[in-house]
Design a binder for this molecule. Structure first.
Ligand code: SIN
Length: 367
């Protein structure tokens, strides 16, 4: 386990015995002092080994588990209560422990995530869920992408760790040109530069601020549906390059790891989902760089229009909020998302782990 070096944690013991939560210490003649005991799950503290290297990602045959699913979802939802959160995106599920699902239940989960784009499970029992079991669940959906630059978990490079607190608040509101930015909102689809970008994706929240720290999601299916038939026709056949290079450079500049040489991959602008057949816009501001065959200004204008459309379409957005025990699952083929870094990291901690199974090579949609 990576050591958690935090002078506030050391007040209550060594860096290794930090457990959970914030404790009130009653000092003589003084108000109670809040002492931060560190992350609730220190095992998942982000681990960086700048010498860690991964081979290039290999192509594989993908059969989506959702294709095997019983559409009535008896293995997933027989004892569940569900609540639709938004007409276009998001369903909340109560009464299901994802860790207990059978293979058939996981197949049905793939289908539900494809249909609803985002599924929010509450009250998950994370304490008894080993990293191996989490990985086994996620591998049902595809080989797990190993992130080239972000914090992972020592001995478990499958995890992508999201972590902010007073000592780890490296997120800078800056653009790729190094200029200050008005906002830290960054819409993206995870690692879309991969040749086989991710599908059903798992995000477990471990520590969350009392208020804020939500994730915003947009439906790329609805974003596409809003276009006129003529504009849809205009997009047909276009491809764009998604690049891992800026992410690798950003990490290198800060002394972080680049575990795999960054790739640049051409994907269709509109893709079709292998299970539902729905068409989704497949560009995102985080990784999509240019449209193949267009001149620079043509590409910039069209991409900026599409990025604006996605960001402004608050009538096909949703915010996933977190409670202890929340697991959020989204289909990266059909959505974009952004963290909402709106809490004071000097006072509160946000800690989560993501497992990101890869899916098929994107298939271009025809109008
Ligand atoms: C992610 O981008 O996968 C993480 C989202 C979040 O931190 O809310």
């Amino acid at each position: 386990m990576a050591p958690y070096i935090d002078d506030k944690a050391v007040v209550n013991g060594t860096a290794d015995d930090v457990s959970s939560g914030v404790q009130n210490l009653k000092l003589k003649n003084a108000e109670p002092v809040q002492v931060d005991k560190g992350p609730s799950y220190p095992y998942y503290y982000p681990y960086f080994d700048i010498n860690e290297k991964f081979p290039p990602t290999e192509l594989f045959e993908h059969t989506d588990p959702g294709l095997r699913a019983d559409p009535s979802k008896p293995n997933l939802l027989a004892n569940a209560t569900t609540r639709v959160l938004n007409p276009y995106i998001g369903t909340e599920v109560l009464g299901v422990q994802v860790s207990q699902l059978s293979k058939e239940g996981l197949d049905e989960l793939a289908l539900l995530a494809a249909e609803r784009k985002l599924v929010v499970f509450r009250d998950q029992d994370f304490k008894d869920l080993s990293p191996e079991r989490q990985i086994a669940i996620a591998e049902h959906f595809g080989p797990i992408q190993r992130h080239p630059t972000s914090g992972n978990v020592k001995s478990f490079p499958e995890f992508h760790v999201v972590y902010r607190d007073g000592q780890n608040d490296r997120r800078l509101p800056r653009t790729q040109n190094g200029l200050e930015s008005l906002t830290q909102v960054g819409w993206h689809s995870d690692v879309s530069y991969e040749k086989q970008p991710p599908g059903t994706t798992f995000f477990w929240i471990l520590d969350q601020p009392k208020l804020g720290g939500d994730t915003q999601f947009a439906s790329q299916v609805e974003a596409y549906k809003r276009f006129s038939p003529a504009f849809k026709k205009r997009l047909e056949g276009l491809t764009a390059v998604h690049s891992a290079v800026p992410q690798a450079n950003y990490s290198r500049e800060r002394g972080g790891p680049v575990r795999r040489e960054p790739v640049e991959t051409e994907h269709p602008l509109v893709r079709v989902h292998p299970v539902t057949g729905e068409k989704a816009l497949y560009v995102n501001k985080g990784f999509t760089k240019y449209i193949v065959g267009y001149k620079q200004e043509e590409s910039d204008n069209l991409l900026n229009f599409l990025f604006d459309h996605i960001a402004k379409g608050t009538d096909f957005h949703i915010r996933a909020n977190y409670e202890p025990g929340t697991l959020v699952i989204w289909d990266n083929r059909l959505t974009v998302h952004s963290a909402t870094p709106d809490f004071d990291a000097s006072q509160e901690r946000r800690h989560a782990v993501r497992l990101t199974p890869q899916a098929e090579v994107p298939v271009a949609a025809e109008v």
